[in-house]
Ligand binder design. Structure first.
Ligand SMILES: Cc1cc2nc3c(=O)[nH]c(=O)nc-3n(C[C@H](O)[C@H](O)[C@H](O)COP(=O)(O)OP(=O)(O)OC[C@H]3O[C@@H](n4cnc5c(N)ncnc54)[C@H](O)[C@@H]3O)c2cc1C
Length: 328
């Protein structure tokens, strides 16, 4: 049985930074993520957006930040397992955790850092039928490549930050219609105001009824949900940003104490389970801010206290990395 010191579940920014810190502490480290690539929300949801509030980076594309984090996460040759969804965690008699995944793989570890974010990022789907092969071709749930929308008639569906931010950005190089089923937007007010100033055709109280086209999207039928009045609009790309399916009930079955949809932690990022820590968007504490910066700090805290859990004579403070001489 190959027992790791720490296994980090989730290869988003939090888990990746945790992996780096675990390497720094000399811990034998494994990272498991259900997605095929590392980066969590940065790569799955907004790879083409700029992020401005990460220390040391005045402006960086989310996908470039993810790439840097992935490089840093593997500096100490940590083991990375992608495309594996963790389904169970059981504590064995000797205190070692057995982690089971949907690949029927078993992983053994002395400690665990749960960096699950909002769980597996599964976008909410529309209740409208369309040929599934159009997904990724004309119908999108995330923007992986902005070029695919260049010069197109784009229909954006949603009223949150993602929908509104993309409407603003796409209005620079595409003809954009945004439909939202209410007249209140969840997006930040300044972005909504900007959208009203931009060349975006905003239709509130509108929903999608039908996608029209043969082997591709050619137009859409939308309707006013107050009157039922239908309208057919030309469009050749649809971006659906109506949120995510969040189901974290399985965490309770692992024996974790939850606060709403998040794992309760103390100031050391300890959960109620021995040797199990949580960090990033998945964890809850009184001063919680769901940001990349806070996830990084929490990951560093969790991993350093995990090092003390493994070796109670060790110090939590890792020392200064500037004292090291890493050949990178
Ligand atoms: C559009 C948008 C813009 C944003 N802009 C900013 C910004 O400018 N600045 C900022 O600080 N924050 C921003 N955020 C928030 C930021 O992205 C999150 O706070 C951050 O990604 C949280 O990191 P995380 O690693 O905790 O979780 P995530 O990034 O969600 O990563 C969690 C990982 O865990 C994996 N996972 C989940 N369940 C399992 C399982 N059972 N088995 C295996 N793997 C699993 C997931 O696949 C995922 O890769 C933005 C978010 C969005 C949606």
């Amino acid at each position: 049985m190959d027992v790791y010191d720490i296994t980090i579940i989730g290869g988003g920014p939090t888990g990746l930074f945790g992996s780096f810190y675990a390497g720094l502490r000399g811990l034998k480290t494994k990272v498991i993520d259900v997605l095929a690539e590392m980066g969590g929300q940065l790569t799955a949801l907004y790879p083409e957006k700029y992020v401005y509030d990460v220390a040391g980076h005045p402006k960086i594309l989310a996908k470039d930040l993810a790439k840097n984090l992935a490089t840093q996460a593997q500096l100490f040759k940590q083991t990375i397992c992608l495309g594996e969804k963790v389904t169970r965690m059981d504590r064995m008699e000797d205190g070692v955790w057995k982690i089971t995944t949907d690949r029927s793989e078993e992983h053994y570890t002395k400690t665990v850092l749960l960096a699950l974010g909002a769980g597996a990022c599964v976008p909410k789907k529309l209740d409208v039928e369309y040929p599934t092969e159009l997904e990724g071709q004309n119908i999108f749930y995330a923007v992986k490549n902005k070029e695919l929308f260049n010069g197109k008639d784009v229909l954006i569906i949603g009223g949150g930050d993602s929908a509104v931010d993309w409407a603003n950005e796409f209005s620079q190089f595409a003809k954009v219609t945004l439909i939202h089923r209410r007249d209140q937007f969840r997006a930040v007010q300044t972005s909504v105001e900007e959208m009203k100033r931009n060349a975006v055709d905003i239709k509130t109280f509108y929903e999608l009824k039908q996608v029209v086209g043969n082997g591709k999207v050619e137009s859409c039928v939308i309707f006013d949900n107050r009157s039922g009045k239908e309208e057919q609009i030309k469009c050749d790309a649809i971006l659906i940003n109506i949120g995510f399916v969040i189901n974290l009930d399985f965490l309770k079955s692992w024996g974790l104490h939850m606060e709403g949809n998040a794992i309760a932690v103390n100031e050391k990022m300890e959960t109620n389970l021995p040797g199990v820590y949580a960090a990033g968007d998945i964890c809850s504490h009184p001063a919680k801010l769901k940001l990349i910066a806070t996830g990084a700090s929490e990951a560093a805290t969790g991993v350093n206290f995990a090092a003390v859990f493994i070796n109670p004579t060790a110090k939590a403070f890792p020392g200064h990395s500037s004292n090291l001489n890493l050949s990178i």
